[in-house]
Design a protein around this ligand. Structure first.
Ligand SMILES: C[S@@+](CC[C@H](N)C(=O)[O-])C[C@H]1O[C@@H](n2cnc3c(N)ncnc32)[C@H](O)[C@@H]1O
Length: 212
């Protein structure tokens, strides 16, 4: 990773370490682009079936809110995050889960570990040009028939994102919110199918799976 990339990760780590203790309280009254985040997580959970003997990796696990939507089935959950403080908060809530400090471009797990990788509200911290490497890293960690469910402040195309920006006005926070018209072709280049599902006016899911 470049020096600038390292510096960006350090800044993100500091930001989320600082937010970790207040994160869930803040989300009880979400604002701006996070309005409806709980509905987005709940609705997207129906897009992926997780079985009791599955290994589920949550990338950008935070305090565990997304993996909790799938935990009832008894799967082995591995939370990955770049923020040690977020991991510590999550471990207090879910001592039976496993944890690893890492990030989208360097997931500290062996090849073919996971039946499914999930990620909610974390991928918009990637630069647009980092997506091919990020998807390759997720696919490395997945078993061959595995699936990757991505949920985020995510739009079908740039026009829809522009419209959301216009409607939210000052409540909009500018970040690298992904668009499906970019992710779909990146996935296709890697031999993956990417299926888009709108969840709320601001949030959507993309399910990545092999072309087999
Ligand atoms: C807004 S929180 C979302 C947490 C949780 N997934 C949820 O839905 O509540 C974003 C999380 O992603 C983590 N994160 C941000 N950028 C990341 C990256 N590049 N790799 C891994 N984790 C990242 C942050 O540390 C933080 O815990």
């Amino acid at each position: 990773m470049s020096e600038a990339g390292d510096e960006r990760l350090r800044a993100l780590r500091a930001e989320f370490d600082e937010w970790a203790d207040r994160y869930e309280a803040d989300l009880e009254h979400p604002e701006g682009v996070l309005v409806g985040h709980a509905d987005a997580r709940r609705l997207s959970a129906s897009l992926l079936t997780v079985r009791p003997d599955d290994v589920l990796v949550d990338l950008g696990v935070g305090t565990g809110l997304f993996a909790e939507c799938f935990d009832g089935g008894g799967a082995t959950v591995i939370g990955v995050d770049l923020s040690p403080r977020m991991l510590a908060r999550c471990a207090e809530k879910h001592p039976a889960w496993q944890y690893a400090a890492g990030h989208f471009l360097a997931i500290p797990l062996p090849d073919h570990t996971a039946d499914a990788v999930i990620s909610a509200f974390a991928s918009h911290h990637l630069d647009t040009d980092e997506w091919p490497d990020a998807l390759r890293e997720v696919m490395r960690v997945l078993k061959p028939a595995g699936k990757f469910l991505l949920v985020d402040i995510l739009f079908v195309d740039e026009e829809t994102k522009d419209e959301a920006r216009r409607i939210l006005g000052e409540a909009w926070e500018e970040e690298n919110y992904p668009v499906y018209t970019h992710l779909g072709p990146v996935a296709a280049e890697l031999g993956l199918r990417a299926t888009f599902t709108a969840l709320t006016p601001l949030h959507a899911a993309v399910l990545f799976e092999g072309m087999a």
